[in-house]
Design a protein around this ligand. Structure first.
Ligand SMILES: Cc1cc2nc3c(=O)[nH]c(=O)nc-3n(C[C@H](O)[C@H](O)[C@H](O)COP(=O)(O)O)c2cc1C
Length: 189
């Protein structure tokens, strides 16, 4: 059994995090540890028809974002990595600067210090230089910035197709097999 931390922060696009949890629930051998920030609980109610309890039910373990004594707060607790989906500019900044005042940012910081995989899906546009600098800092520390930027060569037809493509790209980073989008097969004429 492998463990994966899923952080969902309060930027727009909370549906990306929900879809990731749905997909991981149906994959054997991965125990999900969910941290829903307070901001995420707000956007969840404003952007989706999901109740907090419904989203929490998709995860194996749910952590209180205020509980800095949770298992995932320590590097000695073994996990394969962490994805923050979506990642607000506030959480991005806190991660870039190790401002670990809640469990989501503490777990992300631990993931970086243990040299485990950290994937952030930042959602903001346009970006100012501070946002870009924080993304650079996280990248320099080994994190992966994976914006929810859709491609169109797989001919998406629905919003769900676009969401699945980003979620599939997150899973690709962890080497998790999926069939969420059609891969480019080459145009080798
Ligand atoms: C409806 C709504 C949409 C938001 N969208 C974004 C967004 O796309 N990107 C962002 O960085 N912050 C966004 N915010 C602001 C964050 O929720 C706010 O900065 C919050 O403090 C983030 O805290 P967290 O990262 O701990 O969840 C949004 C807030 C609301 C209420």
């Amino acid at each position: 059994m492998q463990r994966m931390i899923v952080g969902v922060s309060g930027s727009s696009g909370v549906i990306y995090g929900i879809r990731l949890l749905e997909v991981l629930r149906d994959i054997d051998g991965i125990e999900t540890h969910l941290i829903l920030s307070k901001g995420a609980k707000l956007t969840l109610g404003l952007e989706t028809a999901y109740a907090v309890a419904e989203v929490e039910a998709l995860a194996d373990i749910v952590h209180n974002p205020d509980n800095l004594a949770a298992s995932v707060s320590s590097g000695s607790f073994r996990v394969m990595g962490m994805a923050v989906v979506p990642c607000s500019m506030k959480s991005l900044a806190q991660i870039a600067l190790s401002l670990n005042d809640n469990l989501l940012t503490r777990a992300a910081d631990v993931t970086l210090k243990e040299r485990r995989k950290l994937v952030l899906v930042p959602r903001e546009t346009p970006l100012h230089l501070g946002h870009l600098r924080h993304m650079t800092a996280v990248t320099e520390m080994g994190g992966i910035i994976l914006p929810p930027a859709p491609s169109f060569y797989h001919a998406p037809k629905t919003i769900g197709d676009l969401i699945d493509q980003t979620v599939g790209k997150v899973l690709d980073q962890f080497g998790i097999e999926h069939g969420l989008f059609r891969r480019w097969g080459g145009n080798d004429t």
